[in-house]
Design a protein around this ligand. Structure first.
Ligand code: NAD
Length: 253
C-alpha cells in the first residue's frame, strides 16, 4: 500500500454506543469506515459525523449472524469503499436472566450475534486482509467473560471471543494480520441503560453506584474503548497480537 492510500475499516454495531465512537475515531485517524448495523438508516448519524469532519464513510444494513447478509455487506464495502483490512467485531446484544429462567432462544440469540457474527464477519473480511498482506481484527470481549450473575449466555460468548481471538492471531499472523480483544468494564451506553431499566434503577443512580466499585471512580465512556481499539488497529501495532486488554478503570483477572 502506498502511504497515500486509505485503509478501509469495518465496524459492526456502529449505529450507536461503542461502535459509533469507534467508527468516528478510526475515521479521525484517516480510515474510510463502513458502519454496519441491523438497520442501515440507524447508521446515518455516525456516517454524518464522519463526513461532516471531512472523512469517508458508508452505512450498511446487515445482521452479522446471517451469512448471506454478511457476504452481501462485505461485497458492498469492497465496491463502495475498497477492500477492508481493519475489522472491529462490536455488534452485541444482551438477553440477561438467571440460568434457570434463561430460554434456549435467549442463549442462541446472544451466542449467534457475538460469536457466530464475529466468525462470519472475520471469515468474509480476512481474504481481503490476506491479499493486502495486512490486517487488524479487534473483537469486543467484556469483563463479563470472567463470569457475571445473570449472564451465562453473554459471559460464555465473551469468553469464547477471547479464544477465537487467540486462534485468529495464531492462524493469520503470517499474513501480516493481528487479532486482539478489548474487554470493557462498565461503559455508559444504551446497553447499560437497558440493564439499569431492567433492575428498576435510574441510569444516573446506576452509574454512580457502579463508579464506587471502579478504582478510577467513574464509569467508562464509549471513547475510552474507541481509544484502545484505535491502538490495536494502528499501523505501528503489528507486533501486538492475541492479546486481551481489559479497559475497566482498574485491574481485572
Ligand atoms: N456497554 C458496556 O458496558 C459494555 C461492556 C463490555 C462489553 N461491551 C460490548 O461492546 C459492544 C458494544 O456495546 P454497546 O454498549 O455500545 O451496545 P449498544 O447496545 O449501545 O450497541 C450495540 C449495537 O449493535 C447492534 N447490533 C445488535 N445486534 C446486531 C446484529 N445481529 N447485527 C448487526 N448489528 C447488531 C445494535 O443495533 C446496536 O447499534 C458489544 O459487543 C458489547 O457486548 C459493552
Amino acid at each position: 500500500m502506498s502511504t497515500t492510500e486509505q485503509r478501509v475499516a469495518v465496524v459492526t454495531g456502529g449505529a450507536r454506543g461503542i461502535g459509533a465512537a469507534t467508527a468516528v475515531r478510526l475515521a479521525a485517524e484517516g480510515r474510510a469506515v463502513a458502519v454496519i448495523d441491523l438497520d442501515e438508516a440507524a447508521c446515518k448519524d455516525t456516517v454524518e459525523k464522519i463526513t461532516a469532519a471531512g472523512g469517508r464513510a458508508i452505512a450498511v444494513g446487515a445482521d452479522v449472524s446471517d451469512e448471506a447478509q454478511v457476504e452481501a455487506a462485505v461485497a458492498r464495502v469492497v465496491e463502495e469503499l475498497g477492500a477492508p483490512t481493519i475489522l472491529v467485531n462490536n455488534a452485541g446484544v444482551l438477553r440477561d436472566n438467571l440460568l434457570f429462567k434463561m430460554s434456549a432462544s435467549d442463549w442462541d440469540t446472544v451466542l449467534n450475534v457475538h460469536l457466530r457474527g464475529s466468525f462470519l464477519m472475520t471469515k468474509a473480511v480476512q481474504k481481503h486482509m490476506v491479499d493486502a498482506g495486512f490486517g487488524r481484527v479487534v473483537n469486543l470481549s467484556s469483563s463479563s467473560a470472567l463470569g457475571n450473575r445473570g449472564q451465562a449466555n453473554y459471559s460464555a460468548a465473551k469468553a469464547g471471543l477471547q479464544g477465537f481471538t487467540k486462534s485468529l492471531a495464531i492462524e493469520l499472523g503470517k499474513f501480516g494480520i493481528t487479532a486482539n480483544a478489548v474487554a470493557p468494564g462498565f461503559i455508559a451506553t444504551e446497553m447499560t441503560k437497558a440493564t439499569a431499566d431492567r433492575v428498576g434503577m435510574g441510569f444516573e443512580e446506576f452509574k454512580a453506584a457502579a463508579a464506587t466499585q471502579i478504582p478510577v471512580q467513574r464509569v467508562g465512556e464509549p471513547e475510552d474503548i474507541a481509544n484502545a481499539i484505535a491502538f490495536f488497529t494502528a499501523e505501528a501495532a503489528g507486533f501486538v497480537s492475541g492479546q486481551v486488554l481489559y479497559v475497566a478503570g482498574g485491574p481485572l483477572d
